[in-house]
Design a protein around this ligand. Sequence first.
Ligand code: MTE
Ligand code: MO
Length: 361
Amino acid sequence: MADSIGTGSEEASASLEEREEAERQGLVVVKPEPFNAETPTQALALGRTPTPVFYVRSNHAEPELSPDTHRISVEGAVEDAFMLEVAELSQQKRRSLTVTLECAGNGRTSMAPLPEGEPWGQGALGTAIWTGVPLAEVLSRARLRKEAVEVLIEGADGKGSKRFARALPLSKALHPDTLLALEMNGAPLTRAHGAPVRLVVPGWYGMASVKWVSRIEALTRPFEGYYQRDRYIYDTADGRKPEPVTRMRVKSLITSPEEGARLTEGPVVVQGMAWSGERRVVQVEVAVDGGDNWKSATLLEVPRPSAWVRWAFTWENPKPGRHTLRARATDEAGETQPESAQWNRLGYGNNAVQVRVVYVG
Ligand SMILES: Nc1nc2c(c(=O)[nH]1)N[C@H]1C(S)=C(S)[C@@H](COP(=O)(O)O)O[C@H]1N2
Ligand SMILES: [Mo]
């Protein structure tokens, strides 16, 4: 695995670009420039989302960085500031984790009144195996000073005050699962997903997982940058102080049957995914009509924090006609999906129960 990094010559990166272009064809494009696209619904039914169809959310044009020469500056409130070469990072001991990433704006188009922002349906979501070095390892080499309160991670994209940068509290920055990832699904990161190195912050909405990492700075005061204070906040526009967007709210998705499916009579297996950032899902319920008639589904694998779990439910004897299917997940802290979205000005964190319409007979 370690050998696969650091082979990018200029010729290789030209053909890589072509390949990425082709790979993107399976995605549902939301915006061509900067490229933003959703995972197609069929791909959301897979336990692991293949890289070519994994959603892409970029606020700016994708920088092109060479894995051979790219370096990350590690600085700020540390004893030993240094320049970290990606080539060097790839020699270190790595960890692999399966992590679900969901964009905080996923499901925005079903909020009312419709908030501003990218018009995401329910496909700004995917699960991949991420391989890299814990951020904590790099920070321990730099030796954080005791005045440090947050760790800023900066991407190589965007200019001036709009450069993409996000800070983490120390507890999350030092967590062994917070990775400087070099690989996604067993291959070097693609440019769209942050090559050559991105952060992966398990359990938090996608904005925390900074792509194209170029600078790491230990801060002695909370970060007030644009993508920390003006975006990725729950602003309820009622005079209350906005809360930062952090962990992914408990949520579920029906992957089968598809929206508008025509089913034959007889038992129908309803399937889907459920997740809750940093927590395990403990229950998924399904309702095959309106109202409050929820029945337990079966979890198909042992739930883990920060990755979705697959579930299934057998709908015994559907009658001919139009039906509504709903799924509702509950996590280990007892939190359950709401029936309707909690509106906020920027349209984040929509984890409301979704309604799927199908036909029988
Ligand atoms: N440098 C940088 N990192 C970034 C972003 C960005 O615009 N620039 N977008 C963030 C957001 S909002 C999300 S949801 C995830 C998406 O990761 P993906 O494109 O690999 O799916 O990346 C995050 N990291
Ligand atoms: Mo996002």
